[in-house]
Design a protein around this ligand. Structure first.
Ligand code: FAD
Ligand code: FES
Ligand code: FES
Length: 479
């Protein structure tokens, strides 16, 4: 095993930066990339709007080595802790171009009048940069998806979308392309060992293997696990917590493994949701549909499957649909591995069957049998970048006579945990899948849940949504 280091290294533009995160000069292991940039002379272009991933004003682009090339992704700098940059290239609006030598996305923004007050503009142009590097002549849907995580209060989005269409037509070629070999050389020289930072106030581990991660969990069980940190970073930026001990799983290759065989998918807990979304589009459409309305692209590039399941939030979008697909969770500890059905994994409000010494290693999702249909639904005030008021992951199997042989109706937002509508399921099992039986079952949903009222909806509103989702499921699956 290589020795862990307390120094992090990354390439800022084309300059190698080595930082000792020993709490000196104001940089701690939980300093966000946004705060680091804005405290550095000449790097105040990235803006802070919300500090919680909702506005995109802080958008920067990360370059990561992938198969000998650099893959570019837009992320929210307000949600990223400095050690998460180790081994990567960080591009900010300052690297994009200058007033005498504009990048194509900047020129296009000027031509289409894509900026007024300008506060959101650095974030938008960085999202446009990631789009430019990854898509040639993108469709309207791809452009809209790339810009979902950026808010503008004054220009209006049409001219910004026009700037995307105008600029993204040069197969990603720009001044970054010219420097790519040099950057690949710099990134290749950054050490691959784990990171272990120990200061008077903070412990931050970023191991480079699963066995290393499990050993740390065994010797320091109280460490807080993070992966994408899109949930946990808010404890620092909004709640002002000073997290004393973190085990960052973002550099564990075993957690990034993916595979498919004749039975289904194997997805490592550390795989980014944007990757999962693209992987499952054909074979697991209900999971794809939910991921298509999950956060924004910036969030999905950071957030992981393991983090969504691990947070066990009652309004987490993926547990209901994973329950519907009858996914299995693989937990690993230094004593070995065990598998638990997703349907049994969550035990209460943000509690699960995972013990303190375990981490979520992977998720296996079987293809549904030919006689099974799966759907997912998310009801929220906005289509994009919003939290579910009520969500559903539903599956149904029928025999040749059309009678229900198996059923799973898993709801988010209706209880303190993701919960199946057990009475409703029992009432429908063995019955014909017809309107009369559905209407009778809809009333039973009220007995399955006692929803709460909150800022998103009143309890009665939630009950109506839950009932109507069953009718929607029926209309989507009747034949
Ligand atoms: C702007 C914004 C929009 C969002 N939109 C949505 C949305 O539409 N739908 C939705 O469901 N959520 C949403 N979220 C919440 C969050 O992005 C997701 O829950 C995400 O999947 C968390 O993944 P992560 O890797 O970032 O988790 P982290 O923040 O790293 O961790 C989350 C929790 O999981 C635990 N954990 C992480 N990895 C593991 C592991 N391998 N084993 C065990 N425990 C682990 C952590 O200890 C922590 O308790 C949003 C968040 C933000 C900031
Ligand atoms: S400051 Fe709003 S997303 Fe980062
Ligand atoms: S130009 Fe003013 S917020 Fe977008």
């Amino acid at each position: 095993m290589k020795t862990a280091s307390s120094t992090i290294s990354f390439v800022l533009g084309n300059e190698m930066v080595n930082l000792d995160l020993d709490d000196t000069f104001g940089n701690t292991p939980i300093t966000t990339v946004l705060n680091f940039l804005r405290s550095r002379p000449g790097f105040t272009g990235s803006k802070e709007g919300c500090a919680e991933g909702d506005c995109g004003a802080c958008t920067v682009v990360l370059g990561s080595l992938s198969d000998g090339q650099i893959a570019y992704t837009a992320i929210d700098a307000c949600l990223v802790f400095l050690p998460m940059l180790h081994g990567k290239q960080l591009l900010t609006v300052e690297h994009l171009g200058s007033s005498s030598d504009l990048h194509p996305v900047q020129s296009a923004m000027i031509k289409t009048d894509g900026s007024q007050c300008g506060y959101c503009t650095p974030g938008f142009v960085m999202s446009l940069l990631a789009l430019y590097k990854n898509h040639n002549q993108p469709s309207k849907e791809v452009v809209e998806d790339a810009l979902t995580g950026n808010l503008c209060r004054c220009t209006g989005y049409r001219s910004i979308a026009e700037a995307a269409a105008l600029s993204c037509n040069n197969e990603g070629k720009d001044h970054f392309t010219e420097n790519e070999d040099e950057i690949i050389g710099l990134l290749a020289h950054i050490h691959k060992a784990g990171i272990a930072i120990n200061t008077d106030k903070h412990q931050y581990f970023r191991p480079a293997s699963l066995s290393e991660a499990l050993q740390i969990k065994k010797s320091t069980p109280e460490v807080l696990l993070i992966n994408g940190a899109t949930d946990i970073a808010l404890r620092v930026t909004k709640l002002k917590e000073d997290l004393p001990a973190i085990l960052d799983l973002g550099n564990v290759p075993e957690l990034k493994a993916v595979g498919m065989d004749e039975n289904g998918y194997y997805i490592g807990a550390g795989v980014a949701l944007e990757t999962v979304k693209e992987m499952v589009k054909e074979r697991l459409p209900a999971l794809y549909d939910m991921l298509a309305v999950f956060g924004s692209k910036q969030i999905r590039e950071l957030a992981t499957l393991g983090g969504n399941i691990g947070s066990a939030s009652p309004i987490g979008d993926l547990p209901p649909v994973l329950m519907a697909y009858n996914a299995k969770i693989v937990l690993a500890s230094s004593d070995g591995e065990r598998e638990i059905p997703m349907r049994d994994f969550i035990t209460g409000y943000r509690t699960t069957q995972r013990t303190e010494l375990e981490i979520i290693k992977s998720i296996t999702i079987p293809y549904p049998g030919e006689h099974i249909e799966v759907r997912s639904y998310k009801i929220s005030k906005r289509k994009d970048l919003d939290i579910s008021t009520v969500s559903g992951g539903f599956s149904i199997g029928r025999d040749k006579d059309g009678l229900v042989t198996e059923i799973c109706l898993a709801y988010g937002g209706m209880a303190a945990l993701t919960k199946r509508a057990a009475r409703t399921e029992a009432a429908l099992l063995g019955k014909a899948w017809n309107r009369k039986n559905i209407e009778a079952a809809m009333n039973l949903v009220d007995e399955d849940f006692e929803p709460i009222s909150d800022a998103r909806a009143q309890a009665e509103g939630r009950a109506v949504m839950a009932r109507n989702l069953i009718m929607k499921f029926w209309t989507d699956t009747m034949r």
